[in-house]
Design a protein around this ligand. Structure first.
Ligand SMILES: Nc1ncnc2c1ncn2[C@@H]1O[C@H](COP(=O)(O)OP(=O)(O)OP(=O)(O)O)[C@@H](O)[C@H]1O
Length: 348
């Protein structure tokens, strides 16, 4: 059992030039606290001690030859009507509604000061518990919504592949493939050329002539995925679409994602399935309560996340908080810096 140090004050975030003090606190064992370790006492000492926290942001200079996506200190605050019963009943939201504005409007901070750079060839997993801000990040990347502050840049328009991508229920899978390709801007000739590849990825050879309404939701997702990847997108965003597939589909998907990566594109994959994330991704970003908590090696980030969610789901909230704080302390925050001519287009 390791001994907590008085230096442990991660919730008092303020920048230090090094995190040498912080590294001591990283050895904290959350289990120790759940065994009645005198947490309150320690916490009291900690709150009175000199604050330590994360390392200072490291300047990341953009390499125009490699960059795909830049998120530069982006925040998103939604505005909602605060008298909506649905909203009022949502625990997380009521906690988050910090400021009621003039005529019954309230603000919900969904993302706070996110900064990272993604280069070509990366497949970035995005994880986080429900409501942590993953879909909001995806919407910022596609330009569907604008950040409230900060900026999001992309070298080409990211293509979003979600479970809600439009398919027409009344027509066959075959016709949906053709229409979907045209809707994504391919010519009829290009659509015809890619037809076989789409069918192969979807694995729906035997169901091509059935109307889509006869497909299971998993079959529909597979078709959506296969169509969306047909355009060789430079930046592909996938929101949960892979979870419905079986092992064979996941293997084909991985092959296709590898091809996209090899063509110098980058892929974002939002998923609650850590197995999929670890299998597919070269890097994982963990967003929790709107903040970036970790950004790095898939195995390591997923293990921290698993520990955090295990504690949370068993009601060990203090332990979960310690894993949260400990993980945050290990994050090396990024400060984006553009040199002349390296700024990509704004998303959206
Ligand atoms: N259009 C909106 N208007 C108001 N609040 C919103 C809106 N969209 C999302 N939010 C709030 O922003 C926060 C982040 O939501 P978001 O959908 O990005 O989370 P998520 O991580 O994708 O969640 P999940 O895993 O459940 O899909 C939540 O508190 C959510 O209630």
């Amino acid at each position: 059992m390791s001994t907590p140090t008085p230096n442990y004050t991660p919730r008092r975030a303020n920048w230090l030039s090094t995190n040498t003090q912080g590294s001591q606190a990283l050895d904290l064992d959350p289990e120790a606290f759940d065994e009645g370790f005198g947490f309150d006492e320690i916490e009291e000492i900690a709150w009175d001690a000199a604050p330590l926290t994360q390392a200072a942001p490291q300047v990341e200079t953009i390499d125009a030859a490699k960059v795909s996506v830049v998120v530069d200190n982006a925040s998103k605050v939604y505005r909602i009507r605060s008298n909506s019963e649905h909203r009022k009943n949502t625990k997380r939201i009521s906690r988050q509604v910090q400021k009621v504005l003039g005529s019954g409007w309230a603000e919900i901070p969904a993302l706070e000061g996110l900064s990272f750079v993604v280069n070509r060839g990366e497949t970035v997993g995005v994880i986080g518990t429900n409501g942590s801000g993953k879909s909001t990040l995806m919407k910022l990347l596609t330009g569907k919504i604008r950040p409230s502050s900060g900026e999001v840049y992309a070298t080409s328009t990211p293509i979003m592949l979600g479970v809600n991508a439009a398919l027409v229920r009344q027509i066959s899978g075959r016709e949906n493939i053709r229409l979907g390709c045209l809707a994504m801007g391919l010519s009829p000739k290009q659509a015809a050329e890619r037809f076989d590849m789409i069918v192969e990825i979807s694995g729906l050879q035997d169901a091509l002539d059935m109307p889509l309404k006869a497909y299971s939701s998993g079959m529909q997702s597979r078709l959506q995925f296969a169509i969306a990847t047909a355009v060789d997108p430079d930046i592909l965003l996938i929101d949960e679409a892979l979870n419905t597939g079986d092992a064979q589909f996941r293997a084909r998907t991985k092959k296709r994602l590898d091809e996209v990566r090899a063509q110098a594109g980058c892929v974002f994959l939002v998923s609650h399935s850590l197995g999929t994330i670890k299998q597919m991704c070269t890097r994982v970003i963990w967003i929790e309560q709107g903040r970036m908590l970790a950004d790095g090696d898939p195995e390591w980030v997923c293990s921290q996340y698993e520990e955090y969610t295990d504690h949370k789901s068993s009601g060990r909230m203090r332990s979960a908080q310690i894993v949260y704080d400990r993980t945050l302390l290990k994050l090396s925050p990024v400060q984006v810096e553009f040199e002349e001519g390296t700024r990509p287009t704004k998303a959206g």
